[in-house]
Design a protein around this ligand. Structure first.
Ligand code: ZN
Length: 346
């Protein structure tokens, strides 16, 4: 135990020992004053004695970093701990697809040593923000190395004539890779390497913290896999507002049908909606789910027209508030799995 920790842990015990001595051996006014004086001296011992302070290494300043959205910001905070100060561009409960950066975001970028982004075409507004802010630090693409999920736009009946994520090709990349914990483990590694590059003296600290975080992800991945295994095949089909849960569905064998396609700010036409209602009926979806930052009106309309129940709310592209169960990345995955199990169990 380090000297500072020992002093901190021991102080309450010393306090009670002094009080105990005074009670057991009363020595009149002089004794009481002596006890009080002793207690005062013990409590005023500096947390780090002078000799220890002189041997401690000079503290390196906290690393200023920016993360593009709340889920990624939580992951960066887990890997960086108290050694980093994270500014989040798209906060909890806010939609990244339709985000418009402010001058405050630009100022945070100008100060940052590292910028963490999801990549895969998620942050369409980012290139303009980078050039406007004059950001000169290290840019880390957290999703680097994952196997991207490709979607054929032509196969998405509801995306006809739309350009999800600004792409006009026949095939688009699904950017919502964090919904796979297996991908989350790669995110943690990439974050640790990004921090190590910007702050080499603490490289091993970041790598060790990422290892701990990955252990928690593996444990949760096993728990979710085990819990979802009991759901019968014919009940594994659900509907969400936008196509955010494909990676989750791939990992755990659940089919997600979306109303608006990949981007949450798309607005379906009456014809698109009619074809979704038809699809939900034909595919016998088990439940509909609202999204924390999505359009509940569309889900409610599909629920009315199909008679399928709303099973709950899933967190797609942003965290809940800090005091909510989905206020962290791991909490979000756990919450979503819990909602699905509750709605889909026979
Ligand atoms: Zn999304």
């Amino acid at each position: 135990m380090r000297v500072s920790e020992w002093v901190r842990v021991s102080q309450p015990r010393l306090f009670w020992n002094v009080m105990y001595m005074r009670k057991k051996s009363p020595r009149g006014l002089a004794g009481s004053l002596f006890g009080l004086l002793l207690m005062f001296l013990l409590l005023s011992v500096p947390v780090l004695p002078a000799w220890a302070a002189s041997q401690a290494p000079a503290p390196t300043p906290v690393l200023q970093v920016v993360a593009s959205f709340s889920i990624l910001a939580d992951m960066v905070g887990e890997v960086g701990g108290d050694y980093v100060s994270v500014t989040t561009l798209v906060g909890a409960g806010t939609d990244t697809h339709s985000f418009e950066p402010s001058p405050r975001d630009s100022a945070a970028m100008a100060q940052a040593k590292v910028l963490f982004v999801n990549g895969l075409g998620f942050e369409t507004w980012l290139p303009r923000l980078i050039s406007a802010s004059g950001f000169k630090g290290v840019q880390v693409i957290a999703s680097k190395g994952i196997t991207p999920r490709m979607l054929d736009v032509g196969q998405e009946a509801h995306s006809k004539g739309k350009k999800p994520n600004g792409h006009s090709h026949g095939s688009v990349v699904d950017p919502h890779a964090w919904h796979s914990l297996v991908n989350g483990m790669l995110y943690a590694r990439n974050i640790a390497e990004g921090l190590a590059q910007a702050d080499p003296p603490r490289a091993e600290i970041y790598r060790a913290r990422a290892d701990d975080y990955i252990k928690q992800m593996k444990k949760l991945d096993n728990e979710v896999r085990h819990a979802l295994a009991s759901i019968p095949a014919q009940r594994r089909r659900v509907v969400t507002t936008h196509d955010a849960f494909g990676y989750f569905g791939h990992d755990y064998g659940i089919e997600f049908i979306s109303i608006v396609g990949l981007s949450n700010d798309a607005e379906p036409s009456a014809r698109d909606l009619a074809s979704i209602v038809d699809l939900v009926k034909r595919r016998h979806a088990s439940a509909l789910f609202l999204e924390n930052a999505g359009n509940s009106r569309l889900i409610e309309q599909v629920a009315r027209e199909t008679g399928v129940n709303v099973g709950g709310t899933l967190y797609s592209d942003s965290l809940g508030q800090p005091d909510e169960p989905a206020g962290t990345y791991l909490g979000l995955i756990k919450w979503n799995a819990g909602q699905l199990i509750y709605a889909l169990k026979p």
